[in-house]
Ligand binder design. Structure first.
Ligand code: FES
Length: 112
């Protein structure tokens, strides 16, 4: 049975915003995040497609200044929040790993 992470919808302070979480996989701590963007939720593994590093430049800071794109802190790859597609940077054309997300009335459930 998969690992489940529960996140309350009211954890999102605004649109757009993100909520980061960790989970255990093969005995190791892993990181993921949910994006609220244009009234919709998306869940991704927190791992750049260029090198195997977390995307956020400060804890739970995923968006660039204009808050239109997710940016990787390490080399600046730009990802589209609604698809996870890398639009610009060293991994252009690749996609963030989408995590299974269930949306309920008051909470979100990520199943790994
Ligand atoms: S590690 Fe993300 S762009 Fe290089």
């Amino acid at each position: 049975m998969g690992n489940q992470i529960f996140i309350q919808k009211d954890s999102f302070t605004k649109d757009p915003s993100t909520v980061k979480f960790t989970f255990l996989e093969d005995g190791k701590d892993q990181s993921g995040f949910i994006v609220l963007y244009n009234f919709k939720y998306y869940a991704y593994r927190n791992k750049c497609q260029h090198l195997s590093v977390e995307l956020d430049w400060d804890n739970n800071e995923f968006f660039e200044e204009e808050e239109k794109f997710i940016v990787c802190a390490t080399h600046g790859a730009i990802y589209e929040p609604s698809t996870g597609k890398c639009l610009m940077g060293p991994c252009a054309g690749e996609k963030l790993e989408v995590l299974n997300l269930k949306i309920l009335e008051d909470k979100l459930i990520v199943t790994i």
